[in-house]
Design a protein around this ligand. Structure first.
Ligand SMILES: Cc1cc2nc3c(=O)[nH]c(=O)nc-3n(C[C@H](O)[C@H](O)[C@H](O)COP(=O)(O)O)c2cc1C
Length: 180
């Protein structure tokens, strides 16, 4: 369910899209599978993200839910079990055109994840990213030849009210050097 009546959500001062206001990272998901078309669409949205030299270093690993639950920290695995779909965001680490290290690979893969989340939100699907997992177990379980794992994503339909985590203000995140 995507924000039913009475559930709280963020507000906007400058009129940003509802998608950003409704998005949050739930820990309770409805027992409702994600359609294959929706899955392909969120991955396609990720595919359109910008990247340094258009390298597109992001890789999305799909697999059995049980495999992901085994690599997650116990705390994450406890709640993530209710998500109908788990996947992992990884990236390649070198530029394909010269084989040199790509120091933007994680940055670009984070951007792709954000694109995925926005398309998911548009479809009423929530995404909860997790950094709490074992990289060694991920490599062992999924192979991941030459890939760096970044986050496991839980996707599904939320079964809880919007948890409004706090945000620091624009005055803290913007360094405005336009006028001296
Ligand atoms: C890279 C990354 C790693 C995260 N790791 C975890 C995690 O291991 N467990 C968890 O419950 N949430 C995790 N989160 C979710 C954040 O805690 C959450 O996004 C943040 O508190 C803001 O809340 P919101 O997404 O509901 O707005 C992670 C988010 C990101 C982007």
């Amino acid at each position: 369910m995507f924000l039913s009546k009475g559930w709280q959500m963020r507000s906007t001062e400058y009129g940003i899209d509802d998608l950003f206001l409704k998005r949050f990272s739930p820990k309770h998901f409805l027992d409702k599978p994600l359609g294959e078309k929706d899955l392909c669409a969120v991955l396609e949205a990720a595919m359109t993200a910008p990247s340094c030299f258009n390298e597109q270093p992001w890789r999305f690993v799909l697999g059995p839910k049980e495999d992901f639950l085994e690599i997650l920290s116990t705390k994450n695995a406890d709640w993530a079990a209710s998500a109908p779909l788990l996947m992992m965001v990884c990236s390649t680490q070198t530029f394909s055109y010269n084989r040199k290290p790509n120091r933007w690979h994680a940055f670009d893969s984070g951007t792709a994840m954000a694109f995925l989340i926005v398309e998911a939100s548009k479809r009423g699907i929530y995404v909860h990213p997790m950094g709490g997992f074992s990289i060694d177990r991920a490599k062992e379980r999924f192979g991941l030849m030459g890939l760096e794992p970044h986050a496991v994503l839980a996707l599904g339909y939320s079964d809880e009210p919007h948890t409004m985590t706090t945000r620091v203000g624009l005055d803290e995140i913007v360094i405005d050097c336009r006028e001296s």
